[in-house]
Design a protein around this ligand. Structure first.
Ligand code: SAH
Length: 460
């Protein structure tokens, strides 16, 4: 199988520096399943092409126990040596590992520059055809060209094979091009040459960081990349989107259900933001901010002068800092945004002095016995003008296909309340602490069971 990357930047031979491979040499590297060769079929100042040729050793693969025990010709004679697949991703990571990681000692500026690059893959087996190839690469800014590969070049009457010749072209940072290919090659192929385990999530998030979360085919990419393993999928999607509404313990969730659930997360954020706007809020603290999905939207609100995220989980805060790109913020932006670790069950002076506090999908993560402590912290001590609380509506759970009766939407939920229980809790808290409370639905309201998420807005 072959991958050619061509630069037409001037001078194009800079590609050699970026890939850490000298255009004058041929380099060969051993892989677990064969051998990869890197060479430059063309290297002029106008146009420079680096090729990776991967030889897969099918006999070695079968011997190493990848095949089924009984002899079958298909184990030796198949498309694996020729079609761009996870083998090629593994080869990319091995031969272009430095470029893929974005390290560029001495060439930082060049490595961070979008260059006119083209990647050509002569044989791609895209399940979903040329249309899917376009849907995968076009949202990332590529021009996509595909030609069907004939079944047999000497027998045009035999028609087309199911393989494509694929070229993608864009002004793109080389590291990003490599990351896009690394993730999307096995996605198009819809197979993996190795057993997929939990570490795949980290690979996916490392290589998909910055582009996968907002990709319109995110769910399909994640499903295929993780080989439809429900438990991995849920975790990956949660980490990509920080949506914690995915029902537990369902092995394979259909894409449409997932997408419906995703949109609910967006609606929740939109509803919270609309309340802040309507109340003229200038400073806000997101209590239990998780990985910062709401914070990312809050940062876009010009009216907000001070935005703070709090969580007990350090890893959630790390993820939030990454999502917000804190390190690349201008000093002024950085002054607006603060993240710190804290527990909502202990009174904390750092929670004070904000116009509004948000508890979005947080209360159900606390044991019911701990709620009075949270009430004291938020409504008793911090006492912002506005408090917004969202939580799942338990009555809606019957509408989630595959969620067993009585089960919660998330493993870490300690309770899920129906509208009556939530209403009673909120009214009691408001009455005791001197707030008025009103309720708003989030998501499409079902005539029988109500909205998927319920929201209480406390004001004083
Ligand atoms: N608000 C976010 C995250 C919801 S998940 C969102 O809607 O996307 C619940 C979050 O609450 C988790 O990140 C968890 O770490 C945090 N959390 C749970 N108990 C907490 C406590 N006692 N103090 C602070 N944060 C807590």
């Amino acid at each position: 199988m072959l991958l050619e990357i061509t630069s037409t930047a001037s001078p194009a031979t800079d590609l050699g520096y970026l890939l850490h491979k000298n255009p004058a040499n041929v380099r060969s590297v051993d892989l677990a399943f064969g051998r990869a060769h890197v060479f430059y079929p063309e290297a002029t100042p106008e146009r420079c092409t680096a090729a990776v040729l991967v030889e897969v050793d099918p006999i070695g693969l079968v011997r190493r126990g990848r095949g089924r025990p009984a002899f079958s010709l298909a184990e030796y004679v198949n498309d694996r040596p020729y079609v761009a697949s996870s083998f090629l991703s593994t080869a990319i990571a091995k031969v272009y590992g430095t470029a893929l990681s974005g390290r560029a000692d001495g060439y930082e500026a060049l490595a961070a520059t979008a260059l006119p690059l083209e990647a050509h893959l002569p044989v791609v087996g895209c399940r979903g055809g040329a249309d899917l190839a376009c849907e995968l690469f076009e949202p990332l800014g590529y021009q996509v060209a595909t030609t069907p590969v004939p079944l047999d070049r000497t027998r045009p009457d035999w028609g087309e094979s199911r393989y494509l010749d694929l070229t993608i072209r864009a002004d793109v940072v080389l590291r990003d091009l490599l990351r896009h290919l690394y993730v999307l090659l096995p996605v198009m192929d819809d197979d993996k040459h190795y057993w997929v385990e939990r570490s795949e999530i980290d690979k996916l998030l490392a290589k998909g960081g910055g582009w996968l979360g907002d990709h319109p085919r995110r769910d399909l990419i994640t499903q295929r990349y993780l080989r439809y393993k429900g438990s991995l999928l849920r975790e990956a999607l949660a980490r990509l989107t920080d949506d914690d509404t995915l029902p537990p313990d369902e092995p394979e969730r259909r894409e449409d259900t997932l997408e419906r659930t995703m949109r609910l997360g967006d609606q929740r954020i939109a509803t919270v933001v609309s309340v802040l706007r309507a109340d003229g809020i200038r400073s806000v603290i997101d209590l239990g901010c998780g990985a910062g999905r709401l914070l990312r939207e809050l940062v876009k609100e010009r009216a907000l002068e001070r935005i703070t995220g709090v969580d007990v989980s350090v890893s959630a805060l790390d993820a939030a800092a990454r999502r917000l790109n804190v390190e690349e913020m201008s000093p002024r932006q950085r002054e607006r945004v603060t993240l710190f670790q804290g527990a909502l069950t202990y009174t904390d002076a750092r929670f004070e002095g904000y116009d509004a506090a948000i508890l979005m999908e947080v209360i159900e993560h606390l044991d019911v016995e701990r709620l009075p402590a949270l009430e004291r912290t938020v409504f008793g001590a911090a006492r912002p003008r506005t408090v917004v609380v969202t939580t799942p509506n338990a009555a809606y759970n019957v509408r989630f296909e595959g969620l067993p009766t009585g089960a919660f939407r998330h493993r870490d939920h300690r309770f899920e309340w129906d509208a009556e229980t939530f209403g009673a809790w909120a009214s009691r808290v408001a009455g005791r602490t001197g707030y008025r409370v009103r309720f708003m639905p989030v998501g499409a309201v079902d005539p029988e069971v109500g909205p998927p998420t319920q929201m209480a807005v406390f004001e004083r």
